[in-house]
Design a binder for this molecule. Structure first.
Ligand code: C2R
Length: 199
């Protein structure tokens, strides 16, 4: 690697310095890599691979529906460990109030994020490979005592509910969101009351 070039990893055996971390984050959050919706994102929607996006966009769609500004990007504990650390460490300072993190297989991403930030991490197990998402569910839900990741159902249902849960978290300090959430629930209530069956 040439001098002055951003390294994808800190040198073996060393952690990225503060300056390196800033550089990684700048590159990782560059235009074209990050999908931004609204001014000043308060929720980060992250995933281990672009292949997770069809599922994770369900969480993003919920945030959009409730007018919650968010950013969405690919970041991986396995494949971009230093970027992941930088993203997690800077999350609170950057104004994020919740991180929805989706990953499949050996899903270390949500747990590793939770290890470096006190911003609530909401984990979504993605269906991938031969174990159908159960591997990701166990990887995310079985966190050791003291470092929680709120874990949701496997796949799209989990992504939708993680989005709704992020809205519920934010509604604690946002009366408008609390009202919007209550209205959503009452529409769901009505929808079920109108359900009929045909023989
Ligand atoms: P590819 O489709 O890119 O091969 O990824 C991703 O979340 C994805 O579901 C396959 C699966 O690998 C997962 N992945 C993780 C992590 N990074 C990528 N679980 C991680 O850091 O936990």
């Amino acid at each position: 690697m040439r001098e002055g070039e951003d390294r994808p990893y800190a040198e073996e055996g060393k952690s990225a310095s503060g300056e390196e971390e800033e550089g990684l984050l700048r590159k990782g959050l560059a235009e074209g890599r990050v999908l931004r919706w609204g001014e000043r994102p308060v929720v980060g929607v992250v995933m281990g691979s672009a292949s997770d996006w069809p599922t994770m966009r369900k969480a993003a769609e919920v945030l959009q529906r409730f007018s919650v500004p968010f950013e969405a990007l690919v970041v991986s504990a396995h494949r971009t460990p230093d970027l992941l650390m930088a993203y997690g460490r800077r999350a609170r300072a950057r104004g994020l109030r919740a991180i929805v993190a989706g990953a499949g297989g050996a899903a270390h991403l949500p747990g590793m994020l939770a290890a470096v930030t006190t911003v609530p991490v909401l984990g979504v197990p993605i269906v991938s490979g031969s174990l159908g998402g159960v591997d990701a569910l166990y990887s995310i839900v079985q966190m050791p005592r003291g470092v929680p990741v709120a874990t949701f159902a496997i796949g799209e249902v989990g992504a939708v509910n993680a989005g709704l849960f992020a809205v519920a978290l934010l509604s604690g300090t946002d009366a408008g969101l609390a009202t919007a959430l209550a209205e959503f629930r009452s529409r769901e209530h009505q929808r079920v009351l109108e359900m009929g069956l045909e023989w």
